[in-house]
Write a protein that binds this ligand. Structure first.
Ligand SMILES: NC(=O)C1=CN([C@@H]2O[C@H](COP(=O)(O)OP(=O)(O)OC[C@H]3O[C@@H](n4cnc5c(N)ncnc54)[C@H](O)[C@@H]3O)[C@@H](O)[C@H]2O)C=CC1
Ligand SMILES: CC(C)CC(=O)C(=O)O
Ligand SMILES: [Mg+2]
Length: 373
C-alpha cells in the first residue's frame, strides 16, 4: 500500500512493547523478533523497551499499569501493543479498570486515527469463506475515528430507576472537530492510494451520523475534490463488504462502526489473526505522531497459553510501525513481502489451515517470516 511516511526521526524512536493479556504476549514476542531483525538489518535508530501491563501485572502489583510502565508510556513515540482482556477484569476495582483500560491509553496518547488495512492473499483463497472472485484485488483500509463516539461518551453508567430496574447508559456524540480531523486523515490517505473514500454512518437515524455526513461532505467540497467520495449507511457497508469488497479503497467511519466492520472484514483476509492496525495522534511540532500498533484481534482467551495463536497480525502491526513511525518504508514492505511469501509457501497456523494441512505454532510462524527476511 502506498502511504505517506513521516519525516525521519531527529532522535531515536522510542518503542515500548506492552504484550498485555491472553495471546497478546505470545504474538508480540514474534513481532518483536521481526522488529529487532529489521532494526539490525536497516540500522534503524530504535530504542525498544518491554514493559509489564495487564491482568497478570495487576495480580502481581495491584496495578494494570505500574509506575515504571506509566513512565515508559510517557517516553514512548510508539507502542507495540498485544491485547487487553477487558472482560477478564470484572474482579478489579472499577477505578483500576478504567485507569488501565486500552481506551484510557488511546485517550492519553490522543490517538484519533485508527488505520486497519485489509488485503487478500491468493494463497488463502481456500481458507476464506468467500469465493475467489469476490476476494481478487481486495485492498482496503479502514480509517476508524478512535477518540470519540459511544466508547467515550458521557453520561455513561448503570443507574437504578424508580421502578427498581437498572438502566445501562452510553452516549454517542461527535463534534465537528473530531469528524474533520478523522476525515482529513482519510482523504489524505486516499490520495496516496486509489483516491476513493467511502464515508460510513447512520445519517438516516442518528443526529451524530447526520452531522458526520454533512461535515465530511463539506470538507470534501472545500479541500479534497480530487478524491472520490461516496456516503454509505453502516448496515449497507456490512453487506457490501461481503458482496462487493473490491469497490472499497478507504472506508472512513466512527469508533463503533469501525470496530465492528473491521472484524467483519477479517473473513476476507481469511482470519482475524491476519489483520494489523496503526493508531495515530495528530503530529507534534517536530512532525512526529505518537502511535500505537496492535492487532485488530483481542486476547483470544479460548486459545491463550497454548502457543498456537497466529502472530501475523502482530508482525504486520510491527510493519506498520516501521512505515508510520520509523519512516522505514522499505523495511515495512520487506516484512509485508516476507509474510506473503511465507503464506505462499504454505506456512499456516491453525486459524488458517485447511483440514489435513501441517500447522505451525506461534513461534514457528515467526520463524517462517524471519526465514524470508
Ligand atoms: N485491542 C484489544 O486489546 C482487544 C481486546 N478485546 C478483548 O479480548 C477479549 C476476548 O474477546 P473475543 O471476543 O474473544 O475476541 P478475540 O478477538 O480475542 O477473539 C475472537 C476469535 O478469534 C480468534 N483469534 C483472535 N486472534 C487470533 C489469532 N491471532 N490467531 C488465531 N485465532 C485468533 C479467537 O481464538 C476467537 O475465537 C475480551 O476481553 C475483549 O474485550 C477484543 C478486541 C480487541
Ligand atoms: C477496547 C475495544 C474497543 C477494543 C476493540 O475491540 C478494538 O479496538 O477493536
Ligand atoms: Mg474490536
Amino acid at each position: 500500500m502506498s502511504q505517506p511516511v513521516f519525516p525521519p526521526a531527529p532522535r531515536p524512536l522510542h518503542v515500548v512493547a506492552l504484550g498485555g493479556d491472553g495471546i497478546g504476549p505470545e504474538v508480540t514476542a514474534q513481532a518483536l523478533r521481526v522488529l529487532r531483525h529489521m532494526q539490525a538489518r536497516h540500522a534503524l535508530p530504535l530504542v525498544i523497551e518491554e514493559m509489564p501491563y495487564g491482568n497478570a501485572t495487576w495480580r502481581a502489583t495491584g496495578r494494570l499499569v505500574p509506575a515504571a510502565t506509566d513512565a515508559a508510556i510517557g517516553r514512548a513515540d510508539a507502542i507495540l501493543f498485544g491485547a487487553a482482556d477487558s472482560l477478564g477484569r470484572s474482579a478489579m476495582p472499577a477505578e483500576e479498570r478504567a485507569r488501565g483500560s486500552l481506551l484510557a491509553l488511546r485517550r492519553r496518547l490522543n490517538l484519533f486515527a485508527n488505520i486497519r488495512p485489509v488485503r487478500t492473499e491468493r494463497a488463502l483463497d481456500e481458507v476464506s469463506p468467500f469465493k475467489a472472485r469476490t476476494l481478487r484485488g481486495v485492498d482496503l483500509a479502514f480509517v476508524r475515528e478512535l477518540s470519540g463516539g459511544i466508547y467515550f461518551g458521557e453520561p455513561r453508567g448503570i443507574e437504578r430507576l424508580e421502578d427498581g430496574q437498572r438502566r445501562g447508559i452510553n452516549t454517542h456524540s461527535y463534534t465537528e472537530e473530531q469528524v474533520v480531523r478523522a476525515a482529513r486523515f482519510a482523504f489524505a490517505l486516499a490520495r496516496g492510494r486509489r483516491g476513493r473514500v467511502t464515508s460510513v454512518d447512520k445519517a438516516n437515524v442518528m443526529e451524530a451520523g447526520a452531522l458526520w455526513r454533512q461535515v465530511v461532505g463539506a470538507l470534501h467540497h472545500d479541500e479534497f475534490r480530487d478524491v472520490a467520495l461516496d456516503h454509505m449507511l453502516a448496515d449497507t457497508c456490512a453487506l457490501m463488504l461481503n458482496r462487493d469488497p473490491q469497490r472499497f479503497d478507504v472506508i472512513l467511519t466512527d469508533n463503533l462502526f469501525g470496530d465492528l466492520l473491521s472484524d467483519a472484514a477479517a473473513g476476507l483476509a481469511g482470519s482475524l489473526g491476519l489483520l494489523p492496525s496503526a493508531s495515530l495522534s495528530p503530529p507534534a511540532p517536530d512532525g512526529r505522531r505518537r502511535a500505537l500498533y496492535e492487532p485488530v484481534h483481542g486476547s483470544a482467551p479460548d486459545i491463550a497459553g497454548k502457543g498456537i495463536a497466529n502472530p501475523l497480525a502482530a508482525i504486520l502491526s510491527a510493519a506498520l510501525l516501521l512505515r508510520w513511525s520509523a519512516g522505514a518504508e522499505a523495511a515495512a514492505r520487506e516484512v509485508e513481502a516476507a509474510v506473503s511469501a511465507a503464506l505462499s509457501a504454505g506456512a499456516r497456523c491453525a486459524d488458517i489451515a485447511l483440514p489435513g494441512e501441517a500447522v505451525l505454532d506461534t513461534a514457528g510462524m515467526g520463524d517462517a517470516v524471519l526465514a524470508r527476511l
